[in-house]
Every structure is written in C-alpha cells, then in structure tokens.
Design a protein around this ligand. Structure first.
Ligand code: ADP
Ligand code: ASP
Ligand code: MG
Length: 462
C-alpha cells in the first residue's frame, strides 16, 4: 500500500487534476493506493483573506473572494464532469460560516481553521471524480474523520495512536471495497471533533501521518519540482536535484525552510522507517528524491533559508560565569510556548542569542525581561533586545560529519560576497551549520554558498 500526496499546483486546474488522476490510476493497477490532496493552488491563501475580510466586516471584499472560489471550483467541476452538489453544498456552508464571523466582527484561531479547511474539502470531490472517470472507484474522505490532533489551532499535532485506530476503521472498508480513498490534506480534528489544521503546507504531513497509521510501504509526495534540490530553485535557478537523503537530512532541511516539505513531514515516516519519495507531476518519469533510513553519507550539501524571524539577545557582563542563565532563558521561553529555531552562546558567555518567528518576538522579549527583572535592575544584564528582519541560512548534509572543510567553505563564500553574519550555530549532530543574516542578504548568501559548493554555478547577484 502506498500513500500518494498531490500539492496545490498539481491540482491547480481541471487539466492538472486529470493528469494526477492518470498517475493515480497507473499506480492503482498493481497496488493499493491512498490519495491525499491539497486545495487547488492559491485557494488556502484566498480562504485566509476571506476570514480576515469577514472579521473586519469588509463584506464586499469577502463576497468577491467567495465568488472567485465559486467560479474556480464550479468551472473545474464542469470541465471534469464532477457532480456539482457536494461542491455547492460546501461553498454554501463556507458562506454561512463567513457570515457568522462577519456578524461577530471577530475571529478565533478555531474559526480560522474551520474556514481554511474548506479548500481541501472542495478539492477531494474534483479529484475523486477525475479518478473515477479514469477507471477505479474513488471515495472522497475528510481527514477530520481520521486524524486526531491536539487543540493547537493553526499548528495542531497528531495523536498517532488515536489516529491509527480511526484511520483503520474508516479507510479499511473503503479499501476492501476496491475504492481509492481521496483524503483531504492539511486538516484533522480535536478529540471533541473541532477541525484543526497542521500548519501551512501541512498536506505533506497528512501523507506521512496516514502512511504511519496504515503501515504504508512508501509515501510519494508529488509536487512541481523534480525532487529535493540543493537549494530553493527560485533563489538558485541552477540548483541540482538530490537523488537520496537520510531521514535526518530531510528533517533538518525542511525544518530550516526548504518549502518542498512541511517541517514535520519526516517525523512519522522516520518512526516506522517508511521511505518518502518526492516526485514531479509535471515530469513524472524523473526519478525524484528518495528519503530513507539509508545512512550512506552524502557528499551533497543543501542550502535552505527562512525569513520573517527575529534575533533576540540577552546580554550583560554579569552573566559571565553565572550558572543557570541559559536554563532560565529557555524555561521562560518554553513556558510561553514560543518555538526557538536557533540558539547561540558566545564563548565569552557575554550574551545568549536565540531566533524566533517575528510574530513571537515581542512576547519573547516581554517574558525574558520579566524572568530577568532582578538582573536587569542590578545591571548584571544590560538588556534584552530584539532585532527584526533577520533570516536563517542553513547548510545541511550528512557528508559534513567529520569533514572539516564545510564550515570554512561556507564562511569563505559569505566573506567573498560581503554578507555580514550576525550569529552562527553548528548543530551538535554536525549535520548542519546555521547562520543568522540580515533578511535583505538572504538570496545573496544562499547563492554565494551554493556557488562555493557547486562551482559550476555562478553567483547571481540580484
Ligand atoms: P506543493 O504545493 O506541491 O506542496 P510547495 O510549493 O509547497 O509545493 O513546495 C514546492 C516548492 O518548494 C518548489 O516549487 C520550490 O520553489 C520550493 N523549494 C524550496 N526549497 C526547495 C528545495 N531545497 N528543493 C526543492 N524545492 C524547494
Ligand atoms: N492547502 C494548504 C496550504 O496551502 C496545505 C498544503 O497545500 O499543503 O498551506
Ligand atoms: Mg507544500
């Protein structure tokens, strides 16, 4: 049994959906398949905008977005000969929910998740109809019936045991009847049944969560590039496709911003050693990338980047030689459920720097000032400061373990390109080096490092 996930651009139009149905049908001839689909491309963004319009009572903008969504989905349904009824029903429900939010004039994370769940809950009907037209039986399934999650709306985590039980119970009979389940990516539900989402780009995660639940032989992530590449091809046009990655490498590079995989995708697959293949629906015969437990060190390094971050620094001479400062920093931050992406402590112990999402910067500074109120008053700590507009650039690769040259190459590249490095951290795993740079330097930094590792590539200064 394999799980096949298709991203937004892969189901972006009736024609693309027909192409995906052909890929599914070809595979379903010799093995059991569970399909996971994203919303049509741009739809989740439109739903996010609709929720914001509703909350601010911008009714005409809200109606405009609704009409756009209606036109897109009914057009695709007509082109595919898909039944209009479930699509219209779903759109009518969406309209009611948006009207309620607009009446209240405010929204909640739970309401936003309910609204943005509609993209996938529409696209499953289009893809199911296209698969059925191509041959096999297909049944649309909403993943709130399968994936049980925590109540962290917008960023929910699966409860794997409960999810496994529900998934087997719900999908077992569908598969026994010979039908292909076509499941919504991105969404789940709390144990009480409230719809949650797994974070933007979460359909990849849905695929491995279901792969874990069903003990799949493999998970195939179908997207719009040939696989995982040595850098984001939008930043480095001549980035190369990587044939094979270990679970750890793939987890680290997605965690540090390689958008091709949701940051947590690899976790459920690695737990059960299920290989994940990344393939291109626009070029289905290309081999793609295999992510597996294979520990063969790769010579390839991948360069990824993440923006919209802030660098928080706690500094002061009174910190030198005083035990427990770092512990206090992390306890305060963790109590606030703020995600820390990067940590660095100067060997002088004069400061500790951490990187958080920009949206969390103000609360990080607030909780740290509170935690260190006494030290600040005594001037043992001079200040807690936040620098917005920073980015992390990460170099990831199993091959750098025990190979001294990688850090040198990275710094030489940035020196030549005159990129200023604000902070440095090397993962203790020695599989990654991450650097904090000014956001305006990101493209140049990624290009310069990539060109240094893959010398055929020239730095493309923009
Ligand atoms: P999907 O809708 O299929 O989930 P995404 O847009 O989420 O697709 O992810 C695929 C995109 O990720 C690619 O089009 C590419 O622009 C971007 N990307 C960023 N970093 C990488 C990388 N290292 N390798 C491949 N693609 C990357
Ligand atoms: N549709 C969701 C998003 O745009 C999930 C996904 O595409 O993976 O974030
Ligand atoms: Mg994606």
């Amino acid at each position: 049994m394999i799980v096949m996930k298709f991203g937004g651009t892969s189901v972006g139009s009736a024609q693309r959906i027909r192409e995906v149905a052909r890929i599914v049908t070809d595979t379903a001839r010799d093995q059991e398949v569970v399909v996971v689909t994203s919303a049509m491309s741009k739809v989740t963004d439109l739903l996010v905008a609709a929720a914001a319009h509703a909350a601010s009572r911008s009714t005409s903008e809200m109606s405009q977005v609704l009409s756009e969504l209606r036109a897109m989905h009914t057009q695709a349904a007509e082109d595919l000969g898909a039944p209009l009824e479930p699509i219209n029903e779903r759109l009518d429900q969406l309209e009611h929910i948006l009207a309620s939010v607009s009446a209240l004039g405010e929204t909640t994370p739970r309401a936003i998740d309910l609204i943005i769940s509609h993209g996938e809950r529409l696209s499953i009907h289009l893809l199911s109809a296209a698969i059925a037209a191509a041959g096999p039986l297909a049944e649309p399934v909403e993943a709130n019936e399968l994936i049980v999650t925590t109540a962290h709306y917008g960023d929910a985590r699966p409860l794997l045991n409960e999810t496994r039980q529900r998934t087997l119970r719900r999908l077992g009979p569908v598969m026994q009847s010979g039908a292909v389940p076509v499941v919504t990516g991105f969404i789940g539900a709390t144990p009480e049944g409230f719809i949650t989402t797994l974070g933007r780009g979460g359909s990849d995660y849905t695929a491995t969560i279901l792969g874990h639940a069903l003990d799949a032989e493999a998970v195939w992530i179908w997207t719009d590039v040939d696989g995982v590449m040595t850098a984001d091809p939008r930043i480095v046009p001549d980035a190369r496709t990587i044939d094979a990655l270990t679970f750890t490498e793939a987890a680290e590079l997605s965690y540090f911003g390689a958008k091709v995989l949701h940051p947590l995708t690899i976790v459920p697959a690695a737990l059960k050693g299920i290989p994940v293949f990344i393939k291109n629906t626009f070029n289905p015969t290309a081999t793609g990338t295999k992510v597996s437990a294979d520990d063969r060190p790769q010579v390839m390094q991948t360069i990824s980047s993440m923006k919209n971050l802030a660098l928080i620094t706690v500094q002061g001479r009174g910190m030198i030689g005083v035990p427990g400062v770092a512990a206090k920093v992390f306890t305060a931050i963790a109590a606030e459920r703020i995600n820390v992406l990067f940590i660095s402590q100067a060997s002088s112990e004069y400061n500790i720097s951490l990187v958080v999402h920009r949206a969390d910067a103000a609360s990080a500074v607030r909780v740290l000032r509170r935690a260190f109120a006494t030290e600040l008053a005594d001037q043992d700590i001079e200040d807690v400061v936040s620098e917005d507009g920073v980015a992390i650039v990460a170099v990831v690769g199993e091959g750098m373990r025990g190979r001294p040259g990688v850090a040198g190459t990275t710094f030489a590249a940035l020196g030549d390109a005159e990129v200023n490095i604000l902070a440095i951290a090397q993962g203790s795993s020695e599989r990654n080096i991450s650097l904090v740079v000014d956001e305006s330097d990101v493209a140049l930094a990624v290009q310069a490092i990539h060109a240094q590792f893959y010398p055929a590539n020239k730095v493309n200064q923009t």
